[in-house]
Design a protein around this ligand. Sequence first.
Ligand SMILES: Cc1ncc(COP(=O)(O)O)c(C=O)c1O
Length: 399
Amino acid sequence: MREPQRMQSVQSPIIPVVAELIRENPGTISLGQGVVGYGPPPEAIAQIQAFLADPENHKYKPVVGLPALIEAFRRKLEIENHIPAGDGSRLVITAGGNMAFMNAVLAISDPGDEIILQTPYYFNHEMAVTMANVRPVLVSTDDNYQLQPDAIRQAITPRTRAVVTISPNNPTGAVYPEEAVRAVNQLCRERGLYHIHDEAYEYFVYDGARHFSPGCIPGSAPHTISLFSLSKSYGFASWRIGAMLLPEHLLTPVRKIQDTILIRAPVVSQYAALGALQAGVAYCRQKLTAIAEVRDIVRRELSTLSDLCEVPQADGAFYFLLRLREEFDPLNLVERLVREHHVAVIPGTAFGLDRGCYLRVAYAALHKDTVAEGVGRLVKGLRKILAGQQRSAPLSEPD
Ligand SMILES: Cc1ncc(COP(=O)(O)O)c(C=O)c1O
């Protein structure tokens, strides 16, 4: 039988590989997976009774989402993100941010087109683009993992369909300033491209950093696709609820895609999401206090490694992306950290960082004592492993 090519070119997600390593080494503290340590608010769980009370809820429901949830999400966008209703955009409830991204890619591209991603990228974005037979065009962020609008401009070709940005960012924790997001959005407008902006971590900002939604820019609606997720903010990862705000003219293609692949996000989860939005951003803010404390611990500990690695500023999400000053095989380093020091992190290769050695540290899933222990093991482990290795030449600056 002929072996199909489509999935051959798609990378395998690294999270299950690290999870297997953790399983093989009991007692390992995971600073790996990007999840929060809390679940949904009680208001979300309370909605399950309402779901069960109506037998009609066991039947098919609208592809784009329950009207009540769309309305609640629209209100949230107006109040929190300053995105006015009736600006020519439409809202679709999806089964999470990843599904929203896939919907967007399929709706805007033909095989052989190009979509610009920033590196380091979120691996599922790169995988989705590749799966659609679209070419991911990779543009480096700068040494602080910030956007480089001029480099993005230079990467545009006649086949380019969209520029993707994520802020706050996975895997870097960088928060893009409003001017940078505006610059990309304006560039897309001028060049007839879509700007896909992923806001999964919109509430996770620290030290006075501010989240900015390009969907609020007047005149941005026809070319801006904004992606949202309840997975992180409301502890909803397993419930699979996200949303996409898209130009009206993309509604028909997105309906076709979602109707074929999913039909619609599970109705019980949509009820729960309605409850989560009733609890509102206050629920996440309450959790953020503890996460910010954990972040301080991690940052303090990592700063003691400054002779071995750089830790660029990360004012958002719940990640730090370490850049080692010396060459080392990242996957081998991750394996040794798990086997010899019982702490897990994610290698930068998963995010398209093929030159140099990078490690992503995620810190929102654990209690602060556990994180302190985990990051302590990481610091000790890195010191020991790197001291023992035959040092190669220092890395040249990335170009
Ligand atoms: C940038 C980004 N977008 C989307 C997702 C996935 O969100 P969801 O669970 O809503 O599919 C993640 C998860 O880590 C993410 O980091």
